[in-house]
Ligand binder design. Structure first.
Ligand code: SF4
Length: 413
């Protein structure tokens, strides 16, 4: 059994590649979904062979793997469940993430030795609810995102369970995904992991006798986004959570790209390490330096909210006036093989003379200029295109790490 660190950093992985990136940047545990039974149906998700590979890769690096089995199941979903759970147990996963009591019951019968964590989709908002799951045999609960910090501390004190809290990522305008808007408008069920995010659409008014004539309902010149929530970001509140003994901080984003998957872990890893060092050095109330917020802004968001952390929220805390993620940086490449020169897989066109940044461990940005790019057989290239593997020569010597990311400032049109 891999021991838990004091505050676990739990990262999302929508694919094997993102899992390796998250582990490279310092995740203590990674959660992922199989092809069935997990929310986030649009994430690439894992076949059982890939889950086995993920477990081997993670365990070799002292990282745990948790698998989501958190759909709201109907009877027709249940027949195939026992075999699937058995295959997860044989693959060596460290725990299941469940919200449906029916799935919980089948899991307790089928794989009694596997840890079961209760998903945020179960909407645990009080100590009695957490104790209910403890009595049923769960070992960890992810608290509802609608709790204040004071309530998280109360639940933590009232139970022997591990307490997990979402600290970063997309929010729902409803209670954590318990929403039928997507099902009604697009036929895609959020409770089966297929949300089309219609809460982020731009809505207009149409008078029935004038079809096709749309009247703007203006919040601002861009339209109206009546249900659109900001993204959660509790980075600045991590010191309070670490001091309060929250066992695990969880990052959302299995459907996001590799730059986000790596970047978010990179920042939260460095933040946890900084806070732990400060506490060890005797600092009573550590405060994260500005660089952490500066970096988080580079990843792109719909605007950040601390949600219910300090209590109730109003429209000004939650609603953003546009659907777009603003992203200052884009991924340029992934380090595939460390050596002299390094081999990279290109994500956005790279040319000699480009200025790029290597996201080195410890929140270190190494800025460099591309001296030359060559094909793998040594031919100089005028440009390297997405998905190509090429040799990269740089203006300065860099201590590269496999699975590390290179990014560039997005070119503004
Ligand atoms: S439509 Fe919006 S509020 Fe509803 S589940 Fe999807 S993301 Fe959440």
């Amino acid at each position: 059994m891999i021991p838990s660190p004091s505050t676990e950093l739990l990262a999302p992985a929508g694919s094997l590649e993102k899992l390796k990136t998250a582990i490279h940047y310092g995740a203590d545990a990674v959660y992922l979904g199989g092809k069935k039974f997990g929310l986030r149906a649009k994430a690439t998700n894992f076949e059982i062979d890939e889950i086995r590979e993920a477990v081997l890769f993670a365990h070799a690096r002292n990282v745990r793997i948790f698998v989501t089995v958190n759909i709201m199941a109907h009877n027709r979903d249940l027949d195939a469940l026992p075999d699937y759970l058995l295959s997860l147990g044989l693959a060596g996963v460290d725990g299941l993430i469940v919200s449906d009591p029916g799935i919980f019951r089948i899991a307790r019968r089928t794989v009694p030795d596997l840890h079961i964590h209760i998903s945020t989709q179960a909407n645990i908002t009080n100590s009695e609810s957490a104790l209910f799951w403890q009595d049923m045999g769960a070992t960890r609960v992810n608290l509802a995102r609608e709790l204040s910090f004071a309530e998280m501390v109360e639940v933590n004190a009232a139970t022997d369970l591990k307490i997990e809290v979402f600290v970063h990522g997309a929010l729902c305008i409803s209670y954590s995904g318990r929403c039928m808007l997507s099902h009604y408008l697009t036929g895609r069920d959020a409770n089966k992991g297929a949300c089309a995010h219609p809460c982020r659409y731009n809505y207009r008014l149409e008078e029935e006798k004038r079809p096709g004539e749309y009247f703007p309902v203006e919040e601002d010149a861009r339209g109206v986004y009546i249900f659109n929530s900001k993204d959660l970001c509790l980075l600045a509140r991590l010191p309070e959570m670490v001091k309060a003994g929250i066992d695990s901080i969880k990052l959302e984003g299995r459907m996001k790209g590799i730059y986000y998957a790596g970047g978010i872990v990179w920042i939260y890893r460095a933040a946890l390490d900084y806070i732990n060092e400060q506490i060890k050095a005797g600092v009573v109330d550590p405060v994260l330096p500005d660089v952490f917020m500066t970096e988080i802004m580079k990843l792109g968001s719909r605007g950040y909210s601390e949600n219910f952390f300090d209590g109730s929220v109003g429209a000004e805390n939650m609603l953003y006036t546009g659907p777009k993620v603003t992203q200052e940086y884009v991924p340029a490449a992934i380090i595939r093989k460390v050596g002299e020169p390094v081999i990279i897989e290109v994500r956005n066109v790279i040319r000699p003379g480009d200025e790029l940044e290597y996201m080195a461990p410890g929140l270190e940005n190494i800025v460099f200029t591309v001296a030359e790019v060559q094909s793998l057989n040594g031919n100089p290239l005028e440009q390297a295109n997405p998905n190509m593997e090429v040799l990269l020569f740089t203006s300065v010597a860099i201590d590269w790490h496999e699975h590390g990311l290179i990014r560039r400032v997005q070119i503004k049109k």
